[in-house]
Write a protein that binds this ligand. Sequence first.
Ligand SMILES: *Cc1c(COP(=O)(O)O)cnc(C)c1O
Length: 324
Amino acid sequence: MAAADVGDDQFGEDPSINRLEERLAALLGKEAAMWVPTGTMANQVILRTLTRPGDDVIVAGGAHVALSETGAGSANAGVGFTQLPAPAGFFTADEFRTAVKPIGHIVLPPTTLVSVENTHNASGGRIVPLGVMAEVAETAAAMGVSSYMDGARLWNAAVATGYDPATLAAPFDMVWVAFSKGLGAPGGAIVAGPADTVGEARRYRRMQGGAMRQVGIFAAAADYALSHHLDDLALDHANARQIAEILADSGRIDLDPSIVETNIVYFDLVEGAPSARAVVDGAADSGVLALASGPRTIRVVTHRDVTSEQCRQAAATLVEVIDQ
Ligand SMILES: *Cc1c(COP(=O)(O)O)cnc(C)c1O
């Protein structure tokens, strides 16, 4: 990062960013790519580019773009969201077709965009099957609805399935990927799609304050992470599965380890067990950090800074706190 060539990316003059954009356009199989500082901005810029105020956007239940961006989609793009139930991380093309509100309807808000989050965070990092994505995107195109993939965790899906990122992104008009999740870079995301659409998106990036200078330092970190950290995601996945198997042995935890496909484990505390808050606080006292994502639901995420042995210990600590 210290040695990165930098320049003014607002003028397209940061050589490190330009190289990263070219690398990612090729890697994702799209014509063009644009760097943005955060995944949230990637979602927001795509919403602005592919919708108009008043439009309806179809997403999986609990999608980050609908639920975890403090209302930004409504504030910035003026869109509403239809969240389709997605207990296993996805909705089908039939469910999508039924939910689409036709353009030109006398009362309904027109559905102009569908977003597929892969992997899907809220269902536990579940992988959306390639066939499902292809059918949803094809159905959307046939109905005049644009499509994009929220690929904050696309690298996890690629490593877990063995499909390359371009194959997974191919069904969609646009896609974005993050460098600061499993890959471990300090920041940055890339939005990719057709050249003219990415050109329009540049205006919305600037509108949201995301056109920056000297961001080549982030490009350098992203470039390094892609070249050196990608394969390590398989370790995160194995560690998450190991944690899930240890947790599932506790009679006070409701969890099916076979649904842990990537690096996220959600589990429920059965009646009689302490609350999620109490468990998270108790575990924190022993140096294990977890998230209470509901009154009786806890999320743990594995990452490249923790070893298999530490994950084993963390799971044992959680069980100890829950069973005591
Ligand atoms: C983290 C995440 C985002 C937001 O990315 P930030 O860089 O934190 O703004 C969006 N979508 C999904 C699925 C995520 O996991």
